[in-house]
Design a binder for this molecule. Structure first.
Ligand code: ADP
Ligand code: MG
Length: 601
């Protein structure tokens, strides 16, 4: 090994580019954001060969002065912040000053610009580490950036590029996200000479309709809620909405598209009370928050954020959404007043956004080891088998005598089902309340995890494959990730450039909706790549899969089925919390109950 030395600047930029410039779509995103920061009213994006040959982004924004053109391409050069105070209250999309430098280190870049007060424009070109001197250029006021031959000098990265269709699909999605956040700006997207997106500036609703479709808008309710410095606007689809095309879950924080667990969780919770069939809510929601209350400098691509008061944000989003949905859902009479809400056991959040160990009644949750002492007698499949209803019932009154015995099951025996959501059971300590969806989800999740660890997720071929209309990106993702899909237990066939067929599923999930399930797995792979999905994002993926399969609220269960679930919970490790961090069950001891009634004992 040689002695320590500073890396050449060009190499530093290429290393940074690894994080910022993952694929053509990341270039599109960064350039679009620069145009918005320059107050553009209209932005045109032109791509050739999925953006690998050419990405051109032209805007009518403020422009860059001739003498600043070279600086714009330098690392850590930005016009957007100048101090730590600025950083903490940043309102622009960019501020790190590294996008253009990173892009220029892995592609040939031409930057042309003209300020509105300038008589003509200027241009600089960058190739490798060499930036040319500014030369006169003819263009209207605004800025135009050409990025050609992406990764021409980094063949290792070039190898990671997918097919033209996949790369184009990602760029299209990047533009859709920006366009949803900024209805006041017009956009066009042209690929290989054909116009693919044309969006005129207009209202938020018109933009959402243009991007997500009229059907989505027709099935949605307007969200508009304010609390202190927080505001949530946008559209949330009622549960009846189901559409043959792509998943629609868009969350924006101060105009920035984010994939945030806390927000997604709040939304899922808000839908949980009314979502009978599909576990796939659709929404486009924009959260506005004082920029001091959110840290966007968590990740170079800024897709993740951190809230200062995450608990308040979660509560606000949950209530704003639940109220909107409940007010309009009609039939969903119990929305927002579930038993859990009434006895105050909604999970609370710590400031880092992770659920706090909860239990406002102060009851400890039994340990997995404790469960393990009790060998479950139930057949593992009783839960999924409808015939189980006619089996002799192990939890009927005759068992009450063994309730305090050494082999009494810790979660006791089921008494009844409440509102199609909760199971009430009696154990030695008192009353056990089980959220049946959350509990089943946890069981499926743990089984999937074990299956994947052992490289054998059991699959089940479908008698009749489930065919559905798919996006270009979904089709391309399927074609390119056969091995990953097989590892996860899926067999998906490409029927045409716009149709897929699910032929086999993980057996554990066979009761779920094949189309939605396949679609959300493909979305994860497209967003994060097969490698990350199988490594660092593995648990998220399995959580999503489990959620699709788990028993829905409002399904009535027999006592036998309920007891089978209780026994499986005892067998399953960590079943006290479902994989979104929600608790799956609660113990109310006789002492707790007595206290409720002020009954001295
Ligand atoms: P950042 O956006 O983080 O400041 P970039 O590398 O993306 O960093 O851009 C560097 C600088 O170049 C910006 O701060 C801005 O001053 C200028 N710039 C880039 N694109 C444009 C544009 N389309 N219009 C006007 N100025 C731009
Ligand atoms: Mg930028």
């Amino acid at each position: 090994m040689s002695s320590i030395h500073l890396l050449p600047e060009h190499l530093v930029n290429q290393i940074a580019a690894g994080e910022v410039v993952e694929r053509p779509a990341s270039v599109v995103k960064e350039l679009l954001e620069n145009s918005l920061d320059a107050n553009a009213r209209h932005v045109d994006v032109t791509l050739v060969h999925g953006g690998v040959k050419l990405i051109r982004v032209a805007d009518d924004g403020s422009g860059i002065a001739r003498d600043d053109l070279g600086l714009a391409l330098a690392r850590h050069a930005t016009s957007k912040i100048g101090s730590l105070e600025d950083l903490e209250a940043v309102t622009t999309m960019g501020f790190r000053g590294e996008a253009l430098a990173s892009i220029a280190s892995v592609a040939r870049v031409a930057l042309r610009s003209r300020r509105h007060d300038a008589r003509h424009g200027s241009e600089v070109r960058a190739e490798g580490s060499v930036v040319s001197a500014p030369e006169p250029a003819a263009l209207a006021p605004g800025t135009s950036v050409d990025v050609e031959d992406l990764y021409f000098n980094t063949p290792a990265r070039r190898k990671f590029l997918k097919t033209e269709a996949t790369e184009f699909g990602h760029s299209e999605e990047a533009m859709r996200r920006v366009a949803l956040a900024r209805p006041d700006v017009g956009f066009t997207l042209v690929h290989n000479g054909r116009t693919q997106i044309h969006l005129a500036a207009g209202t938020q609703q018109a933009r959402i309709a243009a991007v997500l479709g009229d059907e989505f808008v027709a099935a949605s309710r307007v969200v508009d809620a304010v609390a202190g410095t927080l505001r949530l606007t946008g559209l949330a689809a009622l549960p009846a909405f189901s559409r043959a095309s792509r998943d629609s879950q868009y969350f924006f924080v101060n105009g920035r598209f984010v994939r945030d667990k806390l927000l997604a969780h709040a939304a899922r919770e808000a839908y949980a009370d009314i979502l009978h069939g599909s576990r796939h809510p659709a929404y486009a929601l924009l959260l506005e928050i004082d920029p001091r209350g959110v840290d966007v400098n968590v990740h170079p691509s800024k897709i993740e954020v951190r809230f200062r008061d995450s608990r308040a944000v979660h509560q606000f989003v949950y209530h704003a959404l639940a109220r909107t949905l409940a007010a309009n859902a009609g039939a969903a009479g119990i929305a927002g007043t579930s038993a859990a809400a009434m006895i105050g056991v909604r999970p609370s959040y710590r400031d880092d956004g992770r659920p706090a160990l909860q239990g406002s009644l102060g009851i400890a949750q039994p340990q997995a080891a404790y469960y393990a002492m009790f060998a479950a007698q139930t057949a593992p499949n009783a839960w999924d088998t409808p015939q189980a209803a006619s089996d002799p019932d192990p939890g009927s009154a005759g068992e009450a005598g063994t309730m305090r015995g050494a082999d009494a099951p810790p979660l006791g025996f089921a008494l009844a089902q409440l509102h199609g959501v909760y199971i009430l059971a009696q154990n030695a300590t008192g009353l056990v309340l089980v959220d049946m969806h959350a509990a089943h989800e946890r069981i499926v999740y743990e089984k999937l995890k074990d299956g994947l660890d052992a490289h054998r997720i059991a699959t089940q071929a479908l008698l009749i494959p489930v065919t559905f209309a798919a996006t270009r990106l979904e089709v391309a993702t399927t074609e390119e990730n056969r091995d990953t899909l097989a590892e996860l237990g899926f067999d998906i066939a490409v029927l045409s450039p716009a149709a897929l067929a699910v032929r086999a599923l993980p057996s554990l999930l066979a009761a779920g909706e094949a189309r939605d399930l396949a679609r959300s797995v493909l979305a994860e792979i497209a967003e994060f790549g097969a490698t990350r999905v199988l490594t660092e994002r593995r648990n998220e993926l399995l959580g999503t899969m489990a959620c699709h399969a788990a028993v829905r609220a409002n399904r009535s269960l027999t006592l036998t089925e309920m007891n089978a679930l209780l026994r499986e919970m005892e067998e399953t490790e960590r079943s006290g919390q479902c994989n979104h961090g929600r608790p799956t069950w609660h113990q109310l001891s006789l002492i707790d109950l007595d206290k409720l009634f002020m009954r001295g004992r």
